[in-house]
Each structure stands twice: as structure tokens, then as C-alpha cells.
Design a protein around this ligand. Structure first.
Ligand code: OAD
Length: 256
């Protein structure tokens, strides 16, 4: 792709966003890759060293809650010094510029909120949340464990309401998504005129289906991903570059 081609596509994307009544953006792990956060699939991905069923399923937690907590505390340790990148910042800027913009993320890393996005639907929860296994209690926690602690058994949190064990506030494989988050995401996907899809392999359901849903409801789809996905052949504009490179250009074209 030449620079002129890219410039024309950015201008086309910005024009569509400017004319749209409502815009949504669906993000995945790729948007945080430039912050140094591992994606899930592919070389060096988060699941490469561990089997998903060993750490990210309800069965794994029933079998060995300490092991599952160890994994999620390790994830917190990895995330504690990570900062939003230019892609996150650009989405926060796009929210400020557009009248009606909703961000739907599959990410649990909190980086969109740290960048200043406020209208955010977290489909898969947030790794900085502890949720009670027995009652509705949820706690936000800013604490990452000490990297030198050998066992975290004593650190498994228990509910202040009912005393039962807390679990990580994320969605595991085989679990339903939070009903309110999914309903809100489906509503904005059906209502939007343009959907940006950035940094997701678009293979995990039901999140991936939101883009198809938006398209079936008449929205234009703009995909930002260096690699092709199952969605790629169907999109209106495909920007095959890192989100941290493309999104700031779109934000600038919108603001300018
Ligand atoms: P994946 O790891 O499946 O996909 C990441 C995508 O980001 C890939 O398509 C990459 O090509 C792309 N990518 C990498 N670097 C990028 C960059 N700088 N800019 C733009 N794109 C880039 O992650 P997700 O699609 O988020 O679910 O995975 C979806 C869900 O599967 C996750 O939320 C998680 C996982 O299992 C749960 O944990 C429930």
C-alpha cells in the first residue's frame, strides 16, 4: 500500500465517522500489544505456555482455585506498569470529538479507562476486579501481588459480606458474558452507523458476532489489524497496520 492509498483510506474512514450519527468501536488484545501486553493467540501469546482449560474455565477454579488465582495475579503483575498507547489515546480523543461514541472491549486490562475513555462496555470483565463466588459483591483492587511471594494461598481474597471465596472478575471459557454488558453491546452494535474493529482476531463469540450484527443492521465496518481475520473479506475499509499507527491519524483527521 502506498502512502497515498493509506491517506485516502484514512480520509474515507474519518469522513464516514464524521457523518455517522452513532459510532462504536470493538477492540481486542491487539490494541494493547503496543503497550507490551501479550495477545492471546499467535507466537508469544498468553495461552502459549498454558492450556486455557487449566486456568480460564470454571472447572479449573473448582479444581484448583490457588492455581487460577496465581495465573491472574501473574497477569496483574504483568499489567501493573503498562501504560495506554497511542491507539488507546486516539480512541479516547475520538470519543471526545464525536457526539455519540461507544467503546466495546474484550480486554480486561483497564487500559482504555486509563487512557480517558469513559463510555466503555467491558464484555469480558476487568482483571482488577474481584467477584464473590456466592453473593453479588464486587471489589475493585489496585493491588498487584509481590513478585517474590512464592505462594498466594494466604492472599486469596474472601468476601467481606458473606465470607465465601472471591474469584477474578473476568469471563472464563464456557461462561456467559455479563448479561447487562452483552445487552448494551448488542444494542449499540445494532444502532451504530459505523463500527471500528481494532486489534481482535474476531474468532471468539459472542464478541465477534457484534461486527456481523452491526453490518447486518446497515453499519459500515472499518477494520484495523495488521493481519487478516475472518471478518476482513466483509469489511468496507481494511487498514492493515498497527492500531497505534492508524488510530491517531484517524483522530487527527477528525479533529482537523
Ligand atoms: P487475539 O489474541 O485472538 O487477537 C489479537 C489480534 O490483534 C490479532 O488478530 C492480531 O493480528 C491483532 N494485532 C496484534 N497487534 C496489533 C496492533 N498493534 N494493532 C492492531 N491489531 C493488532 O485477541 P482477541 O481477539 O482480543 O477472552 O481475543 C478475544 C478473546 O479471546 C479475549 O478477550 C480472551 C481470549 O480468549 C477471554 O479471556 C474470555
Amino acid at each position: 500500500m502506498t502512502t497515498d492509498d493509506l491517506d485516502a483510506m484514512i480520509a474515507d474512514a474519518a469522513g464516514r465517522l464524521r457523518r455517522a450519527g452513532h459510532v462504536c468501536c470493538l477492540t481486542g488484545a491487539g490494541i494493547s500489544a503496543e503497550s507490551g501486553v501479550a495477545t492471546f493467540r499467535g507466537a508469544g501469546g498468553l495461552w502459549e505456555g498454558r492450556r486455557v482449560e487449566d486456568v480460564a474455565t470454571p472447572g479449573a477454579f473448582t479444581r484448583d482455585p490457588e492455581d487460577v488465582w496465581q495465573f491472574y495475579l501473574w497477569r496483574r503483575r504483568q499489567l501493573v506498569d503498562k501504560k495506554p498507547n497511542a491507539g488507546h489515546d486516539a480512541l479516547a480523543e475520538i470519543e471526545r470529538v464525536l457526539a455519540d461514541f461507544t467503546l466495546i472491549t474484550q480486554n480486561v486490562d483497564n487500559l482504555h479507562r486509563l487512557a480517558g475513555s469513559s463510555n466503555v462496555i467491558e464484555l469480558h470483565g476487568n482483571v482488577w476486579t474481584d467477584r464473590c463466588t456466592a453473593c453479588p459483591r464486587e471489589n475493585r483492587s489496585n493491588k498487584a501481588p509481590n513478585a517474590s511471594s512464592e505462594s498466594i494461598l494466604d492472599q486469596i481474597p474472601h468476601c467481606e459480606n458473606c465470607g465465601e471465596m472471591m474469584r477474578p472478575g473476568v469471563v472464563w471459557f464456557g461462561e456467559m458474558l455479563p448479561a447487562d454488558a452483552l445487552a448494551a453491546a448488542q444494542e449499540v452494535s445494532a444502532r451504530c452507523d459505523v463500527m471500528l474493529v481494532a486489534g481482535t482476531s474476531a474468532v471468539v463469540q459472542p464478541a465477534a458476532s457484534l461486527a456481523y450484527w452491526a453490518q447486518a443492521s446497515g453499519a459500515a465496518i472499518i477494520e484495523i489489524n495488521p493481519d487478516a481475520t475472518p471478518l476482513s473479506p466483509l469489511v468496507d475499509i481494511r487498514l492493515p497496520l498497527p492500531a497505534g499507527q492508524v488510530l491517531p491519524q484517524i483522530a487527527q483527521a477528525l479533529s482537523g
